[in-house]
Design a protein around this ligand. Sequence first.
Ligand SMILES: Cc1cc2nc3c(=O)[nH]c(=O)nc-3n(C[C@H](O)[C@H](O)[C@H](O)COP(=O)(O)OP(=O)(O)OC[C@H]3O[C@@H](n4cnc5c(N)ncnc54)[C@H](O)[C@@H]3O)c2cc1C
Length: 266
Amino acid sequence: MYPLSYVRPASLPEALDWLARESEARPLAGGMTLIPTLKQRLAAPSHLVDVSRLPELQGLSLAQGVLAVGAATRHAEVASSPVVRDAIPGLAALAGLIADPQVRNRGTLGGSVANNDPAADYPAAVLGLAATVVTSRRRIGADEFFLGMFETALAPGEIIVGIEFPVPRRSAYAKYRHKATGYAVAGVFIAETEAGFRVAVTGAGPCVFRWQEAEQALAAGGAAALDDTALEETGLNDDRSGSAAYRANLVRVLARRAWDAVERAG
Ligand SMILES: Cc1cc2nc3c(=O)[nH]c(=O)nc-3n(C[C@H](O)[C@H](O)[C@H](O)COP(=O)(O)OP(=O)(O)OC[C@H]3O[C@@H](n4cnc5c(N)ncnc54)[C@H](O)[C@@H]3O)c2cc1C
């Protein structure tokens, strides 16, 4: 490690002040990604601005068909919350599949979504559920939020305050875990909403993406049509965890598992 300052503001405006004043300051939430990044000297912020206890980033509530989850909510809280389990069981199940109990007890929804790791689980739910990312400046729809590998629509100094998930009719997530890390070699989130089906894929490409052919197949013919739909392997990850062809097939298998879980849930 190298010298840096840790600050714990008492409010969102105070945190935003720190980030505006110090150009090399970074928000710190659970630290599950940021601290290892510092240890490896892949980042060298001047200040860590702890946002994990900000009152504005806490809370979990359901109103008018929308589940609002504060950015500082830990994965373990989402997994075990009766409100989430009742409203969007697919989201609670996804949170329970992240990493291990230690990481789930520290890592936060906002940290995961801001980080946008290509193999992270939450981006699949945010995109699959057409959620809205609420920040210190604006509201960003999921389709506009995830831009590329570790890249989001967030501007420097912008803090995620919470995520609003419209409650779908039904949803489910299926994941194939990396044996060592727990991250998704691939993961598929399927939601059936008033507007139709959404299928979001994580782990398989450089960034979470919607598999629109699968959405159309589900709308046209359910499981049988889904089984006949192939994912184009161009642009998929091709690494030690699996070739692009392997991942294309894995996504198809996981989509079928997620759909079976959706049907069981319904
Ligand atoms: C061993 C291990 C296994 C893991 N396995 C998985 C897995 O299976 N699936 C999975 O999805 N994830 C996994 N993770 C990642 C984990 O879920 C992290 O918790 C998550 O990526 C980051 O959340 P955090 O709260 O720790 O954020 P931090 O590490 O504190 O921050 C991450 C980044 O987000 C920024 N940030 C944090 N909060 C905000 C905010 N509110 N607004 C704007 N920017 C913010 C920080 O500045 C930083 O750039 C794993 C991590 C570890 C260490």
